[in-house]
Design a binder for this molecule. Structure first.
Ligand SMILES: Nc1ncnc2c1ncn2[C@@H]1O[C@H](COP(=O)(O)OP(=O)(O)O)[C@@H](O)[C@H]1O
Ligand SMILES: [Mg+2]
Length: 150
């Protein structure tokens, strides 16, 4: 599918969104190469929306964290969910950890890592995290849709 195949007429967009929020979910295995697949999932899902570049950057950071900092990367899996309506795109990454140690602040100037979540927070309209009963933990970020920013 190319961008030109997407119908963005007002009536078509109204029809697509008339049931409220749209959601897509996919689960990925833990090896680092799967971050690329998660990025592709976001780019394709949001293709033509104007939010795909920021959204894939955010999901790249969150998915990398799931793999690096939780058992998702030790033979586990992580889940990616995109929810959108005409105003907001919400990106959620579920991991198999407990969320302890999650740090949204900037790291010290000379530290090599520790900037991913800070950058996500700067890009996003809102961010958050929550424990999931019996599963793990979800980290999410929202973006205003490109249409709303214009
Ligand atoms: N999904 C997560 N579960 C638990 N801890 C996390 C998670 N994501 C990030 N963290 C913690 O928050 C810190 C900051 O994350 P980040 O800014 O992405 O830096 P980095 O991944 O380079 O360490 C990490 O060092 C880690 O301790
Ligand atoms: Mg990180």
């Amino acid at each position: 599918m190319t961008n030109t195949d997407l119908v963005s007429d007002d009536t078509a967009l109204r029809w697509i969104h008339e049931q409220g929020d749209l959601s897509w979910r996919r689960a990925f295995r833990g090896p680092p190469c799967q971050v690329k697949q998660a990025r592709r999932f976001i780019s394709e899902t949001l293709d033509g929306s104007g939010s795909e570049t920021e959204a894939s950057t955010i999901v790249t950071e969150l998915a990398t964290n799931a793999i690096r900092h939780t058992p998702s990367g030790e033979g586990g899996w992580f889940g990616v969910e995109v929810t959108r309506n005409t105003a907001i795109v919400k990106l959620s990454v579920t991991d198999l950890g407990d969320g302890k140690g999650l740090n949204w602040d900037n790291s010290e100037f000379l530290d090599e890592g520790g900037r991913g979540l800070f950058v996500v927070r700067q890009m996003a309209r809102s961010v958050g995290a929550a424990r999931l009963q019996g599963l793990g933990h979800v980290v999410w970020a929202t973006l205003q849709t490109a249409e709303r920013r214009m």
